[in-house]
Design a protein around this ligand. Structure first.
Ligand SMILES: C[S@@+](CC[C@H](N)C(=O)[O-])C[C@H]1O[C@@H](n2cnc3c(N)ncnc32)[C@H](O)[C@@H]1O
Length: 506
């Protein structure tokens, strides 16, 4: 019996379904032999935050990470008993188990030969252990949440991964896959660093809509057969084939090998074929929905991913009792992530837009309700408050804040580049007033780097730039600046002139 057949039989005979897996876990957990199964996990992370994610993995799982050349990915080894902890990581978007990795794959010279090799590969891989991991993972995997098609901000169909660059979801999907019904693809590859060709195809080009409907009803009659799809993600100049062709031919061979059913939209197993220059990796997805989808239920026009919010917070190493503010909080993605992860600090979420403050308050309320339902008892609440304020004149005492983490208007979707020329210097000045001299720090995200750099250049006496992380926010090249507050006391400019004015910006 081949490795693949053995794995399939094992799956079909045994604990295929989530409910069964949960019962198994409750009845004494995973078999000790299986629990020790070594496994290589791959994770997609916000670009630029690979090192932050590696630090989190080392801290929480004790595993060293390898950061991929292909930006936005990390790899680490665990034993399978740590799978639940892997799903609790805050810096990772999607997870997969590595079936096999080829660091220097030798592509043949013609397309036909390359595609034939992909077909042959399906039968040669050691699927058995990764499939066991996939099976055990089902009890930890969060189910995909159904999102409303229409949202109140006329952001209908927009992706929510960044600022100012939202494409219509349908266009993105068309661009990526040529299929208008493939919502899952965005989840996996919302990560804009992975701007390469992506195709999800299964078997042949067999699945016409009509055939799919016929297939579905047959499958319902035979629920024991696993459904699968292959997603190919290809980047590199020198390939003589498309991701579409690779997914089709590799997918066809996987189908033949396992006798699984192909299904693009409703599948049990998602096989990943990642090709980056001459590196090829085959994996099995362990997340159905990106792990950044947490905390937020009331979205705004530029809601930040929770994984990116976590990375920004982590950059300034919050300490117990720190006062942490996001003075331009929008929906509150940063302070809410902060309050859930650093609950020994106090977080303040402020914005000058009443709608934004309202959304942030609603997000906090939803989170509290969720945790009350989960725990079955009233919650003590979260260490967070919301307030409507203007960043240019904050109702906070001078030197009273330890950390400022904020995502500034890029001047595209939010605000304007012209307004930033006044706003940015005013922000930096008022932030320098409230931030504690000597120990205070700020982590600021912006795409308007020119304006930011100019504003900062006049403030070297109060802010010192210690680090810049380059990130890709929905295709925009943005920067996260880590600033340290110098020990110099804040002097109000009007005091320097011998008079006291109030607002900093018009
Ligand atoms: C890029 S958005 C923040 C998005 C937020 N991180 C989220 O996840 O929703 C910038 C925010 O700055 C706010 N803002 C702009 N000018 C402001 C000011 N003078 N004072 C306070 N907030 C301001 C906007 O209302 C907007 O919500």
């Amino acid at each position: 019996m081949s490795d693949g057949e053995e794995a399939t039989n094992h799956l079909l005979d045994g604990t295929l379904h989530e409910s069964q897996a949960s019962v198994q876990a409750a009845e004494g957990g995973l078999q000790s032999e299986s629990a020790r199964l070594p496994v290589t996990i791959g994770a997609t992370v916000p670009t630029g935050f690979e090192q932050t994610a590696a630090d989190e993995v080392r801290e929480k799982l004790g595993s060293a990470c390898r950061i991929s050349k292909d930006r936005g990915k990390i790899y680490f080894d665990i034993s399978v008993e740590s799978l639940a902890q892997v799903h609790s990581l805050r810096s990772v978007d999607n997870l997969f188990v590595v079936v096999q990795e080829f660091k220097d794959y030798q592509f043949k010279s013609t397309k036909e030969e390359v595609l034939k090799d992909f077909e042959d590969l399906a039968g040669k891989l050691s699927w058995s252990d990764p499939l066991k991991v996939w099976e055990m993972n089902s009890s930890f995997k969060k189910k995909k949440t159904k999102r409303k098609k229409i949202n109140q901000n006329s952001n209908k169909g927009k992706t929510d991964n960044g600022q100012g660059d939202k494409k219509d979801e349908r266009d993105v999907k068309k661009e990526l896959t040529g299929s208008a019904s493939e919502t899952q693809i965005l989840d996996y590859y919302e990560n804009p660093a992975i701007r390469e060709e992506i195709s999800t195809l299964v078997g042949d080009d067999l699945a016409s809509c009509k055939d799919e409907a016929d297939e579905r009803s047959k499958e319902e009659a035979d629920a024991s057969v696993l459904r699968f799809r292959v997603t190919c993600n290809r980047a590199g100049e020198k390939h003589c084939f498309t991701s579409n062709e690779a997914a089709r031919d590799f997918g066809g061979a996987v189908q033949e090998h396992f006798k699984w059913k192909a299904d693009m939209t409703s599948f049990d197993v998602e096989v990943l074929l990642n090709i980056h220059d001459n590196e090829v990796l085959v994996g099995i997805a362990l997340t159905e929905e990106s792990l950044h989808r947490r905390n937020i239920t009331h979205f705004g026009p530029t809601t930040l991913r929770s994984t990116l919010a976590y990375g920004m917070l982590r950059l300034c190493a919050p300490q117990p009792t720190d006062i942490i503010i996001d003075p331009m909080c929008g929906t509150g993605a940063i302070p809410i992530e902060g309050a859930t992860e650093w609950s020994n600090c106090f977080h303040i979420a402020g914005d000058n837009n009443a709608l934004a403050v309202n959304r942030a308050a609603n997000n906090i309320a939803s989170l509290l309700t969720k945790s009350q339902i989960k725990e079955g008892s009233p919650s003590w609440g979260l260490p967070i408050d919301t307030v409507q304020w203007d960043i240019c004149s904050l109702p906070l005492r001078t030197g009273s804040v330890d950390i400022i983490v904020t995502d500034m208007p890029f001047g595209k979707r939010m605000g304007s580049k012209k307004r930033n020329w006044n706003l940015y210097p005013a922000c930096l000045r008022e932030m320098s007033r409230v931030c504690r001299p000597g120990t205070g720090r700020a982590v600021l995200l912006t795409q308007d780097k020119k304006c930011f750099t100019k504003a900062l250049s006049g403030m070297g006496h109060v802010w010192r730039k210690v680090h810049t992380v380059w990130v890709n926010i929905g295709g925009l090249h943005a920067a996260v600046y880590l600033l340290k507050r110098t020990p110099q006391a804040f002097v109000h400019p009007s005091e320097q002139d011998g008079e006291r004015g109030t607002p900093w910006c018009e």
